[in-house]
Design a protein around this ligand. Structure first.
Ligand code: SF4
Length: 378
């Protein structure tokens, strides 16, 4: 019987990868120009750099790194909000690991607040916040939630369980963002619309997000903007096959949504998870993304039925306007109009152990991926 390792190794088969390499190069030659593909998801950026797929297809396919890293797109103003909440001695602030290291306006992070005595806790599962709230009845426990559609269902379950248990000291700050709205925003951006500035021929669609939302929400982009979208897995053979599927669409002058990651992604997605999210969350009119600015209907807020668990209603935080580091070009990297090595701070002042911008914090960030795989980081 095949083990899990055998299955993974089958997606790293060198001979098959070489076959796809030849097929992609032949197809691109017949198109007569380099193909430019945006991989939306930071997980794909990481895999492309790790397996050297960008180097393998150099001169044939250019990968443009998209904004699909939830830590990277968290705007400085929201980081400042988390820091301010964590400074309240009545509060235990809980969040996922990478958020702790993102610098805010004053070059301080949640880790600095913890070093100064603030009660800041890193969670592996957001459901741990339930236990922390029950064990600390005299404290207000705030879960600072971030993530794309992949992590939203867990936050929905957290809120439902908090309500079931009648917890009075647990609230959530929702920073959950939505992929299709961001892709639409990118396609409407002046750099993309202005011919010759940043050309995007097609998208590699996010794998994990699409397990939840399905492939259906991308059909609009394919039809409206005439861009092929292929939803891909994360192994090298997955990505090579996805690139081939894109190039084949371009050659056949098609713009459709195709799923390469069929072992996990369906057209409808995970309907049960979608229902959990719909029970607790609703669309915000607008939300700021680092790099993209204010994007309409691109994030989720907590519904009125769960208002008592909404930290943004319970704790009013008033802060001065956020300040970005003047030399950090994260916003350009996130929009795909610059690569990390164009930043003057890359690899010198800014490294994974001393991140100046959010793109160097998370392993899914483009700057961290360039540092790790192209800068001799490891
Ligand atoms: S290298 Fe650092 S400072 Fe430069 S863009 Fe990336 S995160 Fe920002």
């Amino acid at each position: 019987m095949a083990t899990a390792r055998d299955v993974i190794e089958s997606y790293r088969d060198t001979e098959k990868i070489k076959l796809y390499e030849r097929a992609i190069k032949r197809a691109v030659e017949s198109l007569g120009r380099e193909v430019r593909i945006m991989e939306f998801c930071g997980g794909h950026t990481h895999a492309i750099m790790k397996y050297g797929i960008d180097q393998l297809l150099e001169g044939y396919v250019r990968f443009i790194h998209g904004p699909g890293c939830p830590v990277c797109v968290l705007p400085t103003g929201r980081v400042d909000m988390a820091i301010e909440l964590a400074r309240n001695p009545e509060v235990i602030l809980c969040t996922y690991g990478d958020v702790l290291r993102v610098p805010g306006s004053q070059r301080k992070s949640l880790l600095n607040v913890r070093a100064e005595g603030g009660d800041v806790r890193m969670l592996y599962s957001c459901l741990d916040a339930l236990r922390i709230a029950e064990e600390n009845p005299s404290k207000q426990v705030i879960f600072f939630a971030i993530g794309f559609e992949t992590t939203t269902p867990q936050t929905a379950v957290l809120l439902m369980k908090a309500k079931e248990r009648g917890l009075k000291n647990l609230t959530v700050v929702s920073n959950h963002v939505i992929t299709p709205a961001a892709i639409q925003h990118i396609l409407n951006a002046p750099e993309i619309r202005e011919i010759g500035k940043v050309r995007i021929d097609a998208f590699i669609g996010p794998g994990h997000v699409s397990v939840i939302i399905g492939s259906k929400p991308y059909e609009y982009f394919a039809e409206e903007f005439l861009k092929p979208v292929v939803i891909s897995g994360f192994e090298p053979l997955d990505i090579m096959q996805s690139v081939y599927m894109i190039v084949r669409q371009l050659r056949e002058k098609r713009a459709q949504v195709e799923v390469q990651y069929t072992r996990f992604v369906s057209r409808e997605g995970n309907v049960k998870a979608q229902k959990l999210v719909a029970e607790v969350f609703e669309l915000r009119k607008e939300f700021e993304w680092r790099g993209l600015g204010v994007v309409p209907y691109s994030s989720l807020k907590i519904k009125k039925d769960y208002a008592q668990y909404d930290a943004e209603r319970r704790f009013l935080v008033s802060l001065p306007p956020p300040k970005e580091h003047p030399a950090c070009i994260c916003p350009k990297v996130i929009r795909g109009v610059a690569v990390p090595t164009e930043c003057k701070l890359f690899g010198t002042v800014c490294t994974p152990s001393n991140p100046i911008g959010s793109c160097m914090v998370s392993s899914e960030g483009a700057c961290a991926a360039y540092y790790k795989y192209r800068h001799g980081g490891h």
